[in-house]
Design a protein around this ligand. Structure first.
Ligand code: MN
Length: 442
């Protein structure tokens, strides 16, 4: 099944509300990747000052004391000079873009080559820079990444079906060669989506469609859930501002109504667990408008229950503590049948591990819980990138990734299958499009 032209009403046919898109009303729940949720500069407000060279280096040094500062500095200066006076559509210096992309990747604690490639990612395409020059100045590894990113830039993934399938194949092959290409591409797309209000109107829809159809599912497939959620949220707002607004407002209202109950549940959880000697951090997790809206679409139900809008996460010290915690929870409150899942015993293919359950908790409300260790929490947030963290092991991050990450191994297998499999566009699309349920007017 290709693009949903037959079974879903195309959004292009819907009258577009002319009003300005509602501002993102959702605040990030405590603990939910505050680093990724930097709000986009609002139109009319002064732009945030560009990050300085030493600030970028500092961000890297915090997680990687062995960083090659000289390399980062050279890439910074080279890209800044190459982009020169170029401006973004917002009027900001163009260089602010690759710099923000690099900054996003520092939140994921990526290696020097990836950060340098992020700084350089638009130089071959948009400036006089060449692959040979980049190879010479920064080495073949970085040259290869930048060239991969240059090729991706030319792909239009939401064009006619035949070329779309071919382009998708090219995208996947570039990723298979080095998954860091995808990481930079995702950060690039995230920054472009955060600043989408400056894009020409005709490009906005295409970019948002491509983001929600291709890049957000890919982020999910490699376990980068926070990134996927932000990409989905920004695309949703662009593609269906009305639904986004209604869902966000309702979410806000319900969260406000349940505020005391949420606090009460948190306290009870901590108390019960502490009594059994389990030292757990409890994090509240507000669900995102897009996931709520998609569920409403799928199941044709509204949202009323606390568990529709809010979940809890218990972070404990060890795997045995996970099972003690689930024991405490299940002996304290009745379990909702069919909701218990043990992804610690059987991890998902993208390495995600957690115990999930829903119980009937205080106030007779369903309470949705995820229980996991700190390490599992890192994987759940950063996915594949969590494996690229610096370790004292020998081996480049790329090797580390392929050695340690099941998600990467799985991705490569999938890509190999796709590449050698059927050449018909339809089968290619359905295999890669994951759960591309697209926002449409309801
Ligand atoms: Mn870019």
């Amino acid at each position: 099944m290709a693009r949903s032209s037959t079974d879903l009403p195309r959004m292009d046919n819907q009258p577009r509300p002319r009003r300005a898109p509602a501002r993102e009303a959702t605040r990030v729940a405590p603990g939910a990747a505050a680093t990724l949720a930097a709000p986009a500069a609002e139109p009319g407000k002064p732009m945030k000052p560009m990050m300085r060279q030493y600030e970028l280096v500092e961000r890297v040094r915090k997680y990687n004391p062995k960083t090659d500062e000289g390399l980062l500095n050279r890439a910074y200066v080279y890209a800044m000079k190459a982009h020169g006076e170029q401006k973004r559509a917002s009027g900001a210096p163009f260089f602010s873009h690759p710099l923000e992309v690099a900054a996003i990747l520092t939140d994921h604690k990526l290696d020097d080559a990836t950060i340098a490639a992020a700084l350089l990612h638009d130089t071959i395409e948009d400036t006089g820079a060449t692959r040979a020059e980049i190879d010479q100045l920064f080495g073949k590894d970085i040259g290869h990444l930048v060239e991969g990113l240059t090729k991706l830039k030319k792909l239009d993934l939401v064009s006619h079906e035949a070329t779309q399938a071919e382009n998708l194949r090219k995208l996947l092959l570039a990723i298979a060669e080095d998954v860091r290409v995808l990481l930079v591409k995702l950060a690039d797309r995230l920054h472009n989506m955060r600043t989408i209000e400056h894009m020409p109107p005709e490009a906005r829809r295409r970019v948002a469609e491509e983001t929600i159809d291709i890049y957000a599912p890919l982020a999910g497939r490699i376990g980068m859930y926070e990134l996927r959620e932000e990409l989905e949220s920004l695309s949703f707002r662009e593609l269906n501002p009305e639904a986004h607004k209604v869902t966000s407002e309702r979410l806000e209202a319900l969260a406000a109504r349940h505020k005391d109950l949420i606090a009460e549940i948190e306290q009870q959880l901590v108390r019960k667990l502490a009594k059994s000697g389990v030292d757990a951090k409890v994090k509240g997790r507000r669900k995102r408008p897009y996931s709520i809206w998609r569920k409403m679409e799928r199941k044709a139900v509204g949202f009323e229950q606390l568990s529709d809008i809010f979940g809890f996460r218990l972070i404990v010290k060890s795997i045995p503590e996970c099972y003690r915690a689930i024991g405490v929870v299940h002996t304290t409150w009745p379990v909702v049948p069919g909701r218990f899942k043990d992804y610690i015993s059987t991890p998902k293919q993208n390495d995600y591990r957690s115990i999930h359950t829903t119980v009937i908790g205080p106030g007779n409300q369903r309470v949705e819980l995820q229980i996991r260790t700190e390490d599992m929490d890192d994987i759940a947030e950063y996915g594949i990138a969590a494996h690229a963290l610096y370790k004292d092991d020998v081996g480049s991050p790329a090797e580390l990734l392929s050695r340690e990450s099941n998600a990467y191994a799985w991705l490569r297998r999938t890509i190999a299958l796709l590449a050698e499999g059927s050449n018909t566009p339809s089968s290619n699309c359905s295999r890669t499009r994951c759960s591309a349920s697209r926002p449409r007017a309801s």
